[in-house]
Design a protein around this ligand. Sequence first.
Ligand SMILES: [Zn+2]
Length: 307
Amino acid sequence: MVSNTIQCGFESHSGHSKYSCHSVHGSSGGSLVPMTPLDEGRAAVRNRSARTGFLLTWLVVAAASVTGCADLRSLAAPPGARPGVDVPSQSAVGSSMRLGTPELAPGGQGGYTFLRSRADGSPVAFDPCRPVHVVVRPDQEPAGGRKLLLAALSEVSAATGLQFLDDGTTDEAPGSDREPYQPERYGDRWAPVLITWSTTAESPDLAGGVLGRAGPYAFGSDEDHLRFVTGSAVFNGPALDTQLRQGEDDKAKAVLLHELGHLVGLGHVADPYQVMFDTNAYPLPSYRAGDLRGLETLGLGRCFEDY
Ligand SMILES: [Zn+2]
């Protein structure tokens, strides 16, 4: 079994911010980009004990058209994986129908990278024939945070064709050692993607001005059959709340877009005009051409019939 979680961060420093990624879990996922905090500055932390309810039930679907998946694989339980202990007790019934179609990405300049690729160069991605289940822990959610999150998820969905399904709220806390299979909490299936708004007190990884971290969890019987089955994104709630209250909506949205880009498999680029640039040189409230081409490629990934 090959699995790992990749976590990425967004660090802010005197008006600009820096992203970083590191691998924090697993047997074969080497470090991608070392986490190198830029400064000693810390985002403002303010305790907000009020729970902001997550009243809006949402479903983000990219496109109504359905296309077939070209490359189906059927596998037994990966060697070393213990059904019902490490992985769901039964392999899910796979689908051969892609749930959405990525928007045609624009031409132009701007590249993209992937967090993880197979030997043939294809990126590891979420199975586009299955919905990506998501839960949100609403604690510390900034005013306007939910609206921003939905807008960012909608852009990811449109660009990839991935369908995000709202599984409601959770009280699960963020953590770098999150288990991808939690039957007691989520039932006999992969745990849904966890999105949390947190604080530096709860999440030490957010110290030093880090505004967010995100990463997918890859699973497969071998490198060639890896796919993302879950993931997590943790955002610095108080810091983003401050940004939003100061009217810096575009900056805050760039954080969400960047981290959600990591969540679905994008890595960093050297082009400062892309959302996936590792430094937040410009507030970019929408994905750019390079980002979109990368997201389109991720959305055209392989479908699986196992797990
Ligand atoms: Zn990043």
